[in-house]
Design a binder for this molecule. Structure first.
Ligand code: DGL
Length: 272
């Protein structure tokens, strides 16, 4: 049987949280991780420019990897560009969008927090999820200006400033007693990287929803229905990492990729 090639894509290292679950769910798959690190962070981009950027980068990546499936391991990209990606490319895409539906179903207080990038918070897609699945809840939707960068820096070896982190997550904690926030959606794939530190600064204990295991299960389902076509040329090996910067722009991130077993970086040098 041929091995499916799974291309994981994020703006940076947040998608590694999804890669971990995909590896667990599909230990036989050929994984290639890609990050548009030259354009990080996506959270600050204007919508139309971001869609154009993602289409450009995805075109290069698909040509290079010839994936069986693409996992857009980024909420900020998925909530704006999934439709355009599916229209432009034939390969199946699995996206990552804020887990508002399970959060609303699990909350007992009906006060839920959604932590995401400023971009994801602005999206119509996110507001439609709230309207469709959480209309019975008070939803504290917060675009955290620095959280993805704090997570990215942590993986590059910079100590997390806990006071800054406290300020970034505080807006999703509201209410008192049984009527306070009890579930918080991690609506950016970078945020589970800060789980340990968030537990230190949260005002009270809540349940955080990391969608990675559910995304990995969805990837497995889609792959069952997707024929594996052999690549037409040599493609990056299993556990390779493709970055859109040049080598100098990624040097400080390479140890973190290696720690997650992503080696042999290729630098596409796709400047913004
Ligand atoms: N990891 C990305 C997400 O899930 C966003 C980080 C960024 O702002 O680039 O939304």
């Amino acid at each position: 049987m041929s091995t499916p090639r799974v291309l994981l894509f994020d703006s940076g290292m947040g998608g590694l949280t999804v890669a971990r679950s995909v590896r667990h769910e599909l230990p036989f798959a050929h994984l290639v991780y890609s990050a548009d690190n030259a354009a990080f962070p996506y959270g600050a981009w204007e919508e139309q420019a971001l869609v154009q950027r993602i289409l450009l980068v995805m075109g290069e990546l698909i040509a290079r990897v010839e994936p069986t499936i693409v996992v857009v391991a980024c909420n900020t990209a998925s909530t704006i560009a999934l439709g355009a990606l599916r229209e432009r490319f034939k390969v199946p895409f699995v996206g990552t969008v804020p887990a508002i539906k399970p959060a609303a179903a699990q909350s007992k207080s009906h006060v839920i927090g959604v932590l995401a990038t400023p971009g994801t918070v602005r999206r119509e897609y996110t507001h439609a999820l709230i309207h469709d699945f959480a209309s019975h809840c008070q939803v504290l939707l917060h675009g955290a200006p620095k959280l993805a960068e704090i997570a990215e820096s942590k993986l590059k070896g910079v100590a997390v400033n806990l006071e800054e982190l406290r300020g970034e997550i505080a807006p999703v904690f509201k209410g008192e007693g049984v009527a306070r926030t009890d579930v918080v959606v991690l609506g950016c794939t970078h945020y589970p990287l800060l789980a340990e530190e968030m537990a230190k600064v949260e005002p009270w204990v809540v349940r955080y929803i990391d969608p990675a295991p559910a995304i990995a299960r969805r990837v497995a389902e889609v792959l069952k229905e997707t024929p594996v076509v052999e690549a037409s040329k040599p493609v990056p090996p299993h556990n390779a990492v493709l970055l859109t910067s040049n080598r100098a722009g990624a040097e400080d991130a390479l140890p973190a990729y290696a720690k997650m077993s992503f080696h042999l970086p290729e630098f596409l040098d796709l400047r913004v």
